[in-house]
Design a protein around this ligand. Structure first.
Ligand SMILES: [Fe+2]
Length: 465
């Protein structure tokens, strides 16, 4: 995130609701919208505080992995973006700390170099983000929430809450990479209640509405809504479990060239990868390290910490493939009974703890079958929450895409370098996940909370799968 784009008035996302269900946020009074927005911002801040207060100052300023920023960088960067967008742009207020803009500009400094910058120290960073937040709340009380695209339905505030939650998920990944005793604690996720689920569900052929033009806090890359034709296909009912993934590993999958793409094979050879990240084989069984806890790999949980290349190789070994992004979204949103696309797999209501494993309520994915209330209209389970799911699609713009509110949010990342991930993980907050939400990353990434499920084309006689 770099510049503050002053030209936002000209960017007008389409507002048609064709094929989509309307959005409840638009029905709120202005007062209720402000209260709701404040609550969402406060939830993000509680989490940032929890993640940064859990460790001492040495741990805050140190780099736990070259892949990640020091936690104290993420914290002040959260404040810096909030200052740029809410205090300076929406509020029209004077800058608090123009001198640090550059330090916290993600485009100026790659993660590996951030520890050598003259960053704010822990207590400075904490007072800076608190001061910014006070001013942002003052702006929230006074700013008109109509008119300008940036402020309509409190968009900029929603964007900043999502930004903070995304960095919180990144900080959670840093915690996973951190060495030492456990410092984060959470109750276990619910156990599986939906049993004997079929291996696959069938999604019927036809067009559906992909993306959104009505979700007020949707980001530019999710817009606009558009019709996409998808051939009938079979999709795994649940994400691939650790038990199933271990079969691939134990079958010599990592050493068998047949299952890997050229890029994937050279990646796995270069890095000497033989199992998901954080797995280790000991006494004839698989163990894993999870936020400082060393434990047997639970067989029924979705596999996590695998790269796109590993997901693709598993799918080939299983005689399947990864779903495209359109297939994933159709399985998540399309309701054959009405022909419309819903906001979430279970319908249009915001996520509750009964629908999905989101929001760092648990520090791990839940076993498959743990969220029967989150099932989609076509019968897929746990599409939202637990693990991000790799898709086979490159990150590209939808037809009619308009960069908003600045090119560096999505546009500069479009292209074949990144693969799209969908659905959010146990570490994603509900404000930063929905049926249309698109995440993207390099196909070699493993520190993120990513897993996958497989798909395949239908064969004759498959109709009743
Ligand atoms: Fe950021």
């Amino acid at each position: 995130m770099t510049s503050v784009d002053r030209d936002v008035e000209t960017a007008t996302p389409r507002e048609t609701a064709e094929g989509e269900t309307p959005h409840p946020l638009r029905e709120l009074s202005e007062q209720d919208l402000r209260a709701h927005t404040a609550e969402v911002l406060e939830r993000a801040r509680r989490r940032s505080v929890e993640l940064t207060d859990a460790v001492d100052d040495d741990d805050l300023v140190k780099q736990h992995s070259k892949l990640m920023s020091p936690l104290v960088w993420d914290l002040a960067h959260i404040g810096s973006q909030e200052e740029l967008w809410l205090v300076r742009d929406v509020g029209g207020r004077d800058p608090l700390r123009p001198d640090i803009d550059d330090l916290y500009d993600a485009f100026q400094h790659p993660r590996a170099t951030r520890p050598s910058l003259p960053l704010l120290g822990p207590s400075e960073a904490r007072s800076y983000v608190a001061e910014v937040r006070d001013k942002a709340f003052d702006v929230l009380e006074r700013a008109p929430l109509r008119g300008r695209d940036l402020t309509r339905t409190a968009f900029a505030f929603g964007m900043i809450a999502q930004h903070e939650q995304q960095h919180d998920e990144t900080m959670l990944a840093t915690h996973q990479l951190r060495k030492g005793d456990p410092v984060l604690h959470a109750p276990a996720p619910p156990s599986a209640t939906a049993r004997d689920l079929p291996e696959e569900i069938v999604v019927p052929s036809g067009s559906f509405t992909m993306g959104t033009s009505v979700e007020p806090w949707a980001l530019d890359n999710e817009r606009p809504a558009h019709e996409v034709f998808v051939e009938a296909f079979a999709l795994d009912t649940t994400p691939v479990t650790n038990a199933r993934y271990a079969e691939f590993v134990d079958d010599g999958g990592y050493g068998d060239r047949r299952w890997w793409s050229e890029q994937g094979w050279s990646y796995r050879s270069e890095y000497g990868i033989t199992a998901p990240r954080f797995w280790r084989r000991e006494d004839g069984r698989w163990w894993r390290l999870r936020f400082g806890v060393y434990e047997p790999v639970p067989p029924d949980e979705p596999v996590v910490h695998v790269s796109y290349h590993e997901a693709e190789a598993f799918a080939a070994w299983a005689g399947k493939r990864l779903p495209t992004e359109a297939e994933w979204e159709k399985a998540a949103r399309y309701d054959p009974a009405t022909g419309r696309s819903r906001r979430y797999p279970w319908g249009d209501d915001d996520p509750t703890p009964e629908h999905a494993n989101l929001g760092q309520r648990h520090l791990r994915p839940a076993p498959v079958g743990a969220y029967p209330k989150g099932v989609s209209a076509v019968g897929a389970h746990q599409l939202v929450g637990d693990v991000w799911e790799w898709t086979s699609s490159d990150f590209t713009p939808y037809p009619g895409f308009v960069a908003f509110p600045y090119r560096e949010y999505s546009e500069v990342f479009f292209g074949p370098e990144y693969k799209v991930l969908r659905g959010g993980s146990f570490g994603s907050d509900p404000v930063a996940v929905r049926g249309t939400f698109r995440n993207w990353d390099y196909p070699i990434r493993r520190q993120i909370f990513a897993g996958f499920r497989c798909a395949r084309d239908l064969r004759p006689g498959d109709a009743g799968v």
